[in-house]
Design a protein around this ligand. Structure first.
Ligand code: NAD
Length: 252
């Protein structure tokens, strides 16, 4: 595979790698991305995914939101693949400083990574919008399923998880369209990228802003892109490895 040997050598020589990734990192774990041919944007829904995953839609059509969310994003049983595992191993070896991810699936932490900056939040954390009570992934999944089994599909609360303490609606700690990113996560990400020796970008179409703009802060000369398809930033890369990220990382 072209570029693989160079990447291998760069990784061996470095102890300041930063990884920036997206949905393509988890497709080999069975979670669909947005823009690939079998991604969510090419499947049929009553509304486009960007609309469903927006703040306005969540507030106005909460039941519709949870139907999509439960079907496509609240996926149980997904396991980290070779890419997640290799990144966690590099961190343990002191080679990698941080994983910055647009993913919300929690697979990097499951693989053992500690410094994970989640730009778009996580399905693992959920809070009641009224009283703030915390709920984990499994509890929310159970509540969504129970409400789906008990209520009529036309009921406005169909599949909507409700708080045990106050009855309020539970919202995932996921950054929806129209919502802002966490300042602290952004600042840390910028710092890691600005000081990185190697920046490896993988499994992202680099079209979702402001996340994609973070790579502008990289000042080094080892910008690596590991992606199945071309991105608008390919011309800026010092090295491109075209392939499945799990397969590529298992050879590093
Ligand atoms: P995207 O769907 O826009 O792009 C995915 C990119 O990854 C594409 O360029 C595709 O060619 C590439 N890709 C797919 N499988 C790959 C593989 N095995 N190896 C290498 N490359 C692969 O994803 P994005 O850029 O992350 O932006 C989409 C938004 O969707 C993000 O904001 C993210 O929050 C969200 N999202 C997250 C998940 C998740 O948490 N797993 C899943 C879907 C969408």
């Amino acid at each position: 595979m072209e570029g693989l040997e160079t990447l291998k050598q760069w990784v061996e020589e470095s102890n300041n790698i930063v990884f920036f990734g997206g949905a393509g990192v988890s497709t080999e774990s069975g979670i669909p991305d947005f823009r690939s041919v079998d991604g969510l944007y090419h499947q049929k829904y009553d509304y486009p995914p960007e609309t469903i995953l927006s703040h306005t839609f969540f507030m106005r059509k909460t039941s519709e939101f949870y139907k999509f969310y439960a079907d496509k994003l609240l996926l149980e049983g997904a396991k980290p693949n070779a890419a997640h595992l290799k990144l966690a191993e590099w961190e343990r070896m002191g080679k990698l400083k941080a994983v910055i991810t647009q993913n919300i699936d929690g697979l990097h932490q499951m693989a053992g990574s500690k410094e994970v900056l989640e730009l778009h939040g996580s399905v693992q954390r959920n809070n009641c919008m009224k009283c703030g009570a915390f709920y984990d992934f499994h509890t929310v999944k159970e509540k969504v399923e129970r409400s789906g089994a008990e209520l009529d599909a036309k009921d406005p609360d169909y599949m909507v998880p409700k708080c045990d303490k106050c009855g309020g609606t539970i919202k995932p700690d996921v950054v929806l369209y129209e919502e802002g990113l966490d300042d602290d996560v952004i600042t840390k990400s910028v710092n890691y990228i600005a000081n990185a020796d190697i920046l490896i970008i993988g499994g992202t179409s680099l079209v979702v802003y402001p996340a994609a703009g973070l790579i502008d802060y990289y000042r080094g000369k080892k910008l690596v892109l590991v992606n199945l398809s071309a991105t608008p930033q390919d011309s800026r890369a010092d090295l491109i490895v075209r392939g499945k990220i799990g397969e590529v990382f298992s050879q590093l």
